[in-house]
Design a protein around this ligand. Structure first.
Ligand SMILES: [Zn+2]
Length: 249
């Protein structure tokens, strides 16, 4: 079905127009529509010999910090070639109309912020930020073309990307705020996410259990589809702008 035929139910449109509390969770599908390959598919060229698990972990960084640093420098370069898509911008637009809009994201590429989204909870961090591996001090600028991994100006520790690696916990404050937003919202959007990676996947169910209307937008059905009040299958970059136009246009 082409999104040209998608009809948004009248009752949904009118309820959304009056909502003041909306939360949305986005995943890999949203970045893919910008042309960014997933973590796994992006392992090409020099990096094809490594599995992401062997590069995105505290153990990998301990073993060979320069290798891990170079991989992230390469991934940041890949992001430079892509731009936010209409779905990213539509979410920023929702933020202008809904007083309490919380955007919960799993992608680390920084595209949501680039599109002007405010109040973003980054569950997995952001590869565009770097912090000290020891004292957590953030660095605003750094040099990717060095012989060795840049060091922290405060304590001399190694700098690392501010992302959540395999085996690491999600940032507690961000996760708690996400759970709180899911429980308090009237509408919860699950967008471009498979609905299988925990704890993010549980957010839609938390919203559902608290009586929120759950809306799924994804390329294909997921484990959430059966529980969602509304499910739209297609590109979020096509469906979201139409949604925004129908409700707030
Ligand atoms: Zn430090």
């Amino acid at each position: 079905m082409s999104t040209g035929q998608i009809e948004f139910p009248v009752e949904l449109v009118s309820l959304l127009r009056r909502t003041s509390k909306l939360a949305a969770l986005t995943g890999a599908g949203v970045s893919q529509e910008s042309g960014l390959r997933t973590f796994r598919d992006a392992q090409v060229g020099l990096w094809a010999q490594y599995r992401p698990e062997d590069l995105a972990s505290p153990e990998a960084f301990q073993r060979d910090p320069k290798l891990v640093w170079d991989w992230y420098a390469w991934r940041r370069e890949a992001v430079k070639g892509v731009r936010p898509n209409p779905g990213h911008y539509a979410l920023a637009e929702i933020g202008k109309h809904v007083p309490e809009f919380t955007l919960i994201i799993q992608n680390v590429d920084g595209l949501h912020r680039m599109a002007g989204n405010q109040n973003v909870l980054e569950l997995h961090g952001n590869i565009q930020r770097v912090r000290c591996a020891d004292c957590r001090t953030f660095a605003e600028t750094w040099d990717d073309d060095t012989e060795s991994v840049p060091r922290c100006r405060e304590c001399g520790g190694l700098r690392r990307p501010d992302v959540v690696w395999f085996g690491e916990a999600l940032p507690r404050a961000q996760l708690e705020a996400a759970v709180e937003a899911a429980r308090a919202c009237d509408f919860f959007f699950s967008i471009g996410t498979s609905g299988v990676v925990q704890p993010a996947a549980s957010l839609a169910f938390a919203a559902h259990n608290r009586g929120a209307v759950v809306i799924e937008i994804n390329a294909e059905p997921t484990p959430l589809t059966a529980k969602a009040d509304y499910a739209f299958h297609g590109k979020s970059g096509e469906i979201l702008p139409r949604f925004v136009e129908a409700v707030w246009g």
